[in-house]
Design a protein around this ligand. Structure first.
Ligand code: AMP
Length: 399
């Protein structure tokens, strides 16, 4: 079975075409700057790499060009569009209405629309991608895989905020969480790698990319999570602040900032870039730190310290911890950050292993703590697209 996976943003469409027989990626790429007049299509299929300008005034036009390009006989990945038997869509916010991946129908589209008020930057473009793909492939089942669904198992004491109850009942103010597909993927991988049944595994999973989140997993299910009603809460991120005193927002407004400017500052100008004043990119920051720049050093220290605090909190609420799992661009690649974190977790039983840390890069998975660690720390590369493809295959097959 061939499955097409779509991740649609406001001005981009990322896509992957899978052959599910052996779970290989036949082609993948992105269209950037959709709707701007100078869109670019990038595609990799086997040894072939393509990059060219296209006319894509909207998502429908961009998607049709992606499909036409996939049909190019020179690529040899698709003979006709009918070979695609399922389309999986990443959808960010399902609110309390979506607890698992599901086939897209009118009811499900209404759920995406309803939850757009909670994710105004994400759900509307996700929906544009769905509508474009459904128009291009009307006979094929389309499946929604939600960022929030894996986190729908949080108990009330984890998802409720201590604010007036009506804020929740009337306005839906609660923790929803994000990156759920990534946390679910690494949880399943960890169960296999650690040789434990999924329902018996307890983990602390850390998705550390430009956005960062952490999940406490008990018996294979999410019981606590660091992102909140929006992705702003929790860990220090590339450009987001993570946890702050909510009174800071009101104080800055009282100092003359407009609410929308505070919103932008906390989402786009905070985190690593805000503290360092240099970059949101961990690679750059490590370089700056090594050249003696104090702002970079402080930003990295803050990043790792917040991680350490969260691991401590999640360690306290779980009955036991089989492993801490690191994933995402920083988790998979940033050796100094991983080493710093392992050193900060020695009191909880981690024994850092520098050689293992050095060896586990470039998509490799494995422990970066020594044998005999009471708290093993593992690196497991994430693969959200494969998770989406697997769900799509299962649902198309009637599962
Ligand atoms: P993501 O959002 O998952 O693509 O992750 C982006 C983050 O991963 C950025 O902060 C990158 O600097 C970081 N990253 C990616 N590769 C490396 C690397 N080789 N060393 C350090 N950080 C990296």
């Amino acid at each position: 079975m061939k499955v097409f996976v779509v991740n649609c943003g406001s001005s981009s469409i990322k896509y992957q075409l899978f052959s599910m027989t052996n779970e290989v990626v036949l082609a993948k790429g992105v269209v950037e700057r959709v709707g701007t007049g100078d869109a670019i299509l990038k595609m990799r299929a086997g040894a072939t790499s393509l990059k060219f300008k296209i006319k894509a005034p909207d998502h429908t036009a961009a998607l049709n060009i992606i499909l036409e390009t996939l049909l190019d006989p020179k690529l040899g990945v698709l003979e006709n569009i009918g070979q695609i038997e399922g389309v999986g869509h990443r959808v960010v916010h399902g609110g309390e209405d979506a607890t698992k991946s599901a086939r897209i129908d009118d009811n499900l589209i209404a759920i995406i629309r309803k939850n757009s008020q909670l994710a105004p930057l994400h759900n509307p473009p996700n929906l544009m991608g769905i509508e474009a793909a459904m128009a291009a492939m009307p006979k094929v089942p389309h499946v929604a895989v939600w960022d929030t669904a894996f986190l729908s198992t949080l108990p009330p004491e984890a998802y409720r905020y201590a604010v007036p109850a009506e804020w929740y009942t009337k306005y839906g103010v609660r923790r929803y969480g994000f990156h759920g597909t990534s946390h679910r993927y690494v949880t399943q991988q960890a169960a296999t790698l650690l040789g434990k049944p999924l329902e018996g595994i307890n983990l602390i999973t850390c998705h550390l990319g430009n956005g960062c989140s952490m999940t406490a997993i008990q018996g294979g299910k999410a019981v606590e999570h660091s992102m909140g009603m929006t992705p702003l809460e929790g860990l220090v991120m590339g450009t987001r602040c993570g946890d702050i005193d909510p009174a800071v927002v009101l104080y800055m407004i009282s100092q003359g900032m407009k609410p929308e400017d505070v919103d932008k500052a906390l989402n786009k100008d905070s985190g690593l870039i805000g503290v360092s004043g240099l970059s949101n990119d961990m690679r750059d920051l490590l370089g700056h730190r090594d050249r003696g720049e104090k702002g970079a050093e402080l930003a990295i220290d803050l990043f790792v310290y917040r991680l350490q605090k969260y691991v401590g909190a999640y360690y306290a609420i779980l009955p036991s911890v089989d492993a801490v799992i690191l994933t995402g661009g920083i988790g998979e690649n940033s050796l100094p950050v991983r080493q710093m974190l392992c050193e900060k977790l020695t009191r909880l039983g981690a024994i850092p292993d520098e050689k293992r840390n050095l060896d586990t890069v470039g998509g490799k998975k494995g422990p970066i703590t020594a044998n005999g660690s009471d708290l093993p720390v593992w690196v497991i590369p994430t693969n959200e697209e494969l998770m989406i493809a697997r769900d799509t295959q299962r649902i198309v097959a009637g599962g």
